[in-house]
Write a protein that binds this ligand. Structure first.
Ligand code: KG4
Ligand code: ZN
Length: 383
């Protein structure tokens, strides 16, 4: 029975309310994501209070839909898994309270999952689903999203997974840089998907962004908190964001940005053509150069870490892993180095609950259940 265990996953850490049913950590039966993008769009970023309110509105229908699509009832589910953290405290609390109430009333085990572990298991879920059981360890995982740019060495001993953090961003996450640059250029929220599409129309060599902008700042003589800082696998994306701002000021682009912002505000769901109609060649060059610099930095530093730690496999996951240039570059350079690189499909790259249900499966087998009085943890660390 355990092999075929059905796990209902629930995710509410940021701006997506999600539920999914996954069997045995490898068969996706349903994956429902209710995105709050439209709610947060007018503010150019996620507003925590609005996120909690939207999760409250969405959680019941989203969970019901996930069960319906999977053709399962509450009684068929063997365990309930929920994101414990990291994320927005109020947002996490909605998922955690709901999952606790479900587990209590259905008398089913409850499993607490770290959101970042979920992103890593999104890759495993899909590889297992495809029948790939040949993944070699050690695995290096780059989790690159709106909140994180973290490098982990992932190991598996029986049912137990452990993670060693060997690098992270010192300031902004890569996805955050995408979102801030898009906002600055009047392109709306979230920035990643728009920049991804527009970068294809610009010259990536138009603006020179150097390594200096993305050099992780020195720690000012302080003792380092983890070995990654010593090994130089840290990232920094706040410098390039400032460089984009300086370019905008220097080239007096403010007026055209305001015009673009106003024109896009009048379109409900702008298409690529809508964006292209209000974006000139210089801005497209800036966008393509920004993306190219970020991608080069992510790929170079990750592959350097892979070489140093002699890993056998690379996972690239999280919202920014949906980026086409990032995928192409990792695939090309990984192949040159003989390093297999795996990504989740695009729907499983961004936040979802299938990854939470998948990450919960080894814990289900190990009977690693959460007590009903466990709480959401906004700053939960992955170990
Ligand atoms: O994993 P995710 O859904 O949520 C977090 O855990 O943060 O990631 C969201 C982030 C946002 O910053 C968004 O702009 C970025 O992922 N993103 C992308 C793309 N799609 C989403 N960034 C670059 N290219 C994309 N295609
Ligand atoms: Zn995420």
């Amino acid at each position: 029975m355990a092999k075929g265990a059905y796990i209902l996953g629930i995710e509410s850490s940021c701006d997506e309310t999600a539920a999914a049913v996954v069997r045995g950590g490898e068969e996706l039966l349903s994956n429902v994501v209710f995105s709050q993008i439209a709610t947060h769009q007018p503010y150019g970023g996620v507003v925590p209070e609005l996120a909690s309110r939207e999760h409250l509105r969405g959680i019941v229908p989203v969970v019901r839909q996930a069960l319906e699509k999977a053709g399962k009832s509450y009684a068929d589910v063997d365990a309930i898994a929920v994101t414990q953290g990291p994320g927005l405290a109020g947002a996490l609390l909605v998922g955690v309270s709901f999952a606790k109430a479900l587990a209590f009333s259905l008398e089913k085990p409850l499993i607490a999952v770290n959101h970042l572990e979920g992103h890593i298991h999104a890759v495993l879920l899909e590889e297992k689903q495809k029948g790939n059981r040949e993944l070699r360890f050690p695995v290096l995982a780059l989790v690159v999203s709106g909140g994180h740019t973290h490098l982990y060495i992932a190991s598996e001993q029986g049912e137990h997974w452990s993670y060693e953090l060997i690098g992270r961003t010192r300031d902004d996450a890569a996805g955050e840089a995408y979102d801030k640059v898009a906002k600055l250029l009047g392109l709306g929220y979230p920035g990643g998907p728009v920049i991804d599409k527009l970068a294809k129309h610009g010259d990536p060599r138009a603006v020179k962004f150097g390594l200096a902008q993305m050099k992780a700042p020195a720690r000012g003589g302080k003792k380092t908190a983890h070995p990654g800082e010593m090994a130089g696998h840290d990232f920094s994306f706040s410098g390039i964001k400032t460089a984009v701002l300086r370019y905008v000021e220097l080239h007096q682009m403010k007026d055209e940005i305001e015009t673009r912002r106003a024109r896009l505000a009048g379109v409900a769901k702008p298409s690529v053509e809508d964006y292209l109609a209000v974006t000139d060649k210089k801005t497209l060059g800036l966008i393509a150069s920004f993306q190219h610099a970020v991608v080069e930095d992510l790929v170079e530093k990750t592959l350097a870490a892979a070489r140093e730690r002699e890993v056998a496999t690379l996972f690239v996951t999280g919202g920014v892993a949906a980026n086409s240039e990032l995928r192409d570059t990792f695939e090309k350079r990984g192949a040159q180095e003989g390093l297999p690189v795996y990504f989740p499909s695009r729907p499983l790259s961004t936040d979802n609950a299938a990854m939470i249900a998948a990450a919960a499966y080894p814990k289900f087998l190990a009977r690693d259940f959460a007590p009903l009085d466990f709480s959401a943890e906004a700053g939960l660390v992955l170990k």
